[in-house]
Ligand binder design. Structure first.
Ligand code: GLP
Length: 242
């Protein structure tokens, strides 16, 4: 098993170390003659990551990436489209790249057939050989993607209910979206490599449950203990209880 827990004194050094690790993994894939397939996260934690990634586009060979977002709110209409992850990704990443990625996919929150959308997403990921590198943020309640507590560790891409705590942290308690589509924990665990980023005191207890306590569906991120190759990028505050 190849689990690394890296702690950083400040956020900036964490993001640069993440970029370096990512660049190394991407190079190996490109040198083997393939385009890297990535699962990409959203969330405030990831905004500086995307900014630095854009500045490091050449080193990261971003123009070779095939990108699949982890999750998207559901259902999207004109009243809520500014809050979608599609919008987040355009604003923070895709629209600011000088050279576009090879493929950008996100679950379609406007579909009327979410079950079918999720099945097709899984098929598309498989048709590209699966996810090489999955980058994850962490929800306060331990969610990865939108796999909320009680999600099965073998769950696949599907429509889910959002947890009240998620509504609280993402929308100040307002029920702007109550559902989402997310890659499953099983889907995430099939990635060849996982890099998780967590910053701040508010994530310390969740990090402890995820890393130090026996795996439990109460803390979805604890499923990562069952993966072969995970690097945890933590600041001192998030790592305070481990
Ligand atoms: C959302 C996403 C998660 C992400 C989480 C973390 O809920 N669905 O994939 O990990 O936000 O958010 P933040 O970085 O803002 O704490």
């Amino acid at each position: 098993m190849n689990h690394k827990i890296w702690r950083f004194d400040n956020a900036n050094s964490l993001y640069y170390a993440l970029i370096d690790s990512l660049a190394q993994s991407i190079s190996k894939i490109v040198d083997s003659g393939r385009n890297p397939v990535l699962a990409l996260p959203t969330g405030n934690t990831m905004i500086p990551f995307y900014r630095i990634a854009i500045e490091s586009a050449e080193k990261l060979q971003i123009e070779k990436w095939l990108c699949f977002n982890l999750d998207e709110y559901y259902p999207i209409d004109e009243s809520n489209e500014e809050l979608t992850f599609e919008e987040f990704m355009e604003q923070n990443f895709y629209s600011r790249l000088k050279e576009p990625v090879q493929l950008k996919k996100i679950l379609d929150g406007r579909t009327h057939t979410p079950e079918q959308e999720c099945l097709e997403y899984e098929k598309l990921i498989k048709s590209h050989g699966g996810i090489d590198i999955c980058i994850l943020g962490l929800g306060l309640n331990g969610h990865i993607g939108f796999n909320e507590p009680k999600s099965a560790f073998d769950s696949r891409t599907r429509l889910v209910d959002l947890h009240p705590q998620t509504l609280m942290s993402n929308f100040n308690g307002q029920a702007i979206f109550t559902h989402a589509m997310t890659m499953g924990i099983g889907t995430i665990l099939e990635s060849k490599e996982i890099m998780l980023v967590a910053l701040g005191k508010s994530k310390a207890q969740t990090i402890k449950s995820a890393i130090k306590e026996p795996p439990s569906t109460q803390c979805p991120a604890s499923a990562l203990q069952r993966h072969e190759c995970v690097t945890w990028f933590l600041d001192q505050e998030a790592a305070d209880l481990i």
